[in-house]
Each structure stands twice: as structure tokens, then as C-alpha cells.
Design a protein around this ligand. Structure first.
Ligand SMILES: [Zn+2]
Length: 247
């Protein structure tokens, strides 16, 4: 049976008058291939020496920047050793999703090839400013994936080499290679659609969601309504979600 632990690895609250409060969904999955971490949140070095992007976030939003939120510390609190995290799957490479890579330098890092190329190639659009080069300075062991012509439900998808079943689900737009990640549970599925949607947010207007997160939010909302057996989450969820993530 698959066990999955949901962790908030980056609290980021809007400043007043907005009341928007969010944490970042990172998932630690126990598989036959060892512990698999889906997104890392910021890493210890980000807390010790925040990058320009993080310092900018600290000005425009209200972030506690508490290193207790670092995935490596939460993995320890769950009773595991950081070395037990053998694999990391990245939805995309923005600083708030992959800054913890250097805290798991032995882990194999799985992601869509287009996202890796967007990060390492010339930056072409404003959302590329959220890539931080030093997050891969330690030279991770990459596993890069191309579209495979397979399907998870009616989404184009790429099967990942884990048991129980896990899938990369390309939802490009917010970044050029962003993917959701689906993991088979005993009953139903966990599906982190990351920054491709904001299905729990009924405040932000659809045009703004489309501008920042790309074209998938409407489809994800329809999918969620049609498939109650799928535990669909975005990356940035309200704090209450982390108290009782229903799985
Ligand atoms: Zn992002």
C-alpha cells in the first residue's frame, strides 16, 4: 500500500488588504523504489542566504522564511533519514519548488526535458526570472522525460519508473515544461497539478489565473468535478488544507 505524506514547504501569505494565505504542497511518497519527494520547496541555503527572488518575495508578500519548513527538516521530523529520499520529481524548476535540491544531492531528479531546457537555456519570458541557477550547482543526477504518447485519464502523460504507479502529466504554460504529478493510492489518486491551476481559489479572476498559470485551470476544475476519486491539489494551498489533507 502506498503511503503519502503531505508537507507545507513554503508559507507565502499576501500582504493586507489581501487575505490570501498559502502553503506549498510537497509530497513524500513511500514506493518500492524508496522515498520519492514531489517538489522540494526552498532549501537550507535559501534560508541562510536568500536569493534576490526570495528577497523580493519577502518585500511583496509576508513569508516567515522558517527553515523548519525546509523539506529536509520535515523528512527528519517524519522519522526518515534525508538519505532515504532516493528520488525527487519536480513539477517545474521555479525557486519555490526546487530550491531544496542541494539538500538531497544523492537523489535522482525526474522532470520533463522541456522544463530542464527552459531552466538551462536562454530565458525568454518573465516567469523565467523565478529560476535560480545555483539550485542545480551541485550537478544532480537527472532523469529527463519526453512526451510518450501515453494517457492518464484523458491527459497526455508519461509513466514514471515507480511502483505503485506514478505519472508525469504535461501541463505546460506557467513554465515551458511544467507537469502535474499523479500517484496511485489504495483508492483513487493523488494528483498535484502544481502551478497549472488554482482550483481551490475562487477569488482570483479567471483572466489573471490564465495570465500567470497558463491555460489549464478550467479543464482541471472540470476534471475535479467529474472525478471525486482523484485528490486534486494545486501547489499553493490554503493553510487549512495541510491540517487534514484528505487522502
Ligand atoms: Zn511556479
Amino acid at each position: 500500500m502506498m503511503t503519502i505524506h503531505i508537507m507545507n514547504c513554503f508559507t507565502c501569505n499576501a500582504r493586507p488588504p489581501s487575505t490570501l494565505r498559502t502553503g506549498l504542497v510537497c509530497a513524500l511518497v513511500e514506493t518500492d523504489q524508496g522515498l520519492v519527494l514531489i517538489d522540494t520547496g526552498p532549501g537550507l541555503e535559501d534560508y541562510a542566504h536568500p536569493t534576490g527572488m526570495l528577497r523580493l518575495f519577502k518585500i511583496v508578500t509576508d513569508i516567515p522564511l522558517n527553515p523548519q519548513e525546509a523539506a529536509v527538516n520535515q523528512v527528519r521530523r517524519l522519522g526518515f533519514r534525508p538519505e532515504d529520499v532516493r528520488h525527487i520529481i519536480l513539477t517545474h524548476m521555479h525557486f519555490d519548488h526546487c530550491g531544496g535540491l542541494p539538500d538531497f544531492p544523492w537523489a535522482k531528479v525526474h522532470l520533463h526535458r522541456r522544463e530542464f531546457e527552459a531552466f538551462t537555456g536562454p530565458w525568454r519570458r518573465w516567469t523565467d526570472m523565478a529560476y535560480v541557477r545555483r539550485h542545480i550547482a551541485h550537478g544532480p543526477d537527472w532523469a529527463l522525460y519526453d512526451d510518450a504518447g501515453e494517457r492518464w485519464y484523458d491527459f497526455d502523460a508519461i509513466r514514471l519508473p515507480f511502483e505503485p504507479e506514478m505519472w508525469l502529466v504535461p501541463l505546460h504554460g506557467h513554465t515551458r515544461g511544467l507537469c502535474g504529478v499523479a500517484a496511485k493510492l489504495e483508492q483513487g489518486w493523488f494528483f498535484n497539478a502544481s502551478d497549472a491551476g488554482a482550483v481551490s481559489n475562487n477569488v482570483t479572476p479567471a483572466w489573471l489565473i490564465r495570465l500567470v498559470l497558463g491555460p489549464h485551470d478550467g479543464r482541471l476544475r472540470q476534471f475535479l468535478a467529474a472525478h471525486p476519486e482523484v485528490h486534486l491539489t494545486n501547489a499553493h494551498m490554503e493553510p487549512a488544507y495541510f491540517e487534514h489533507p484528505v487522502l
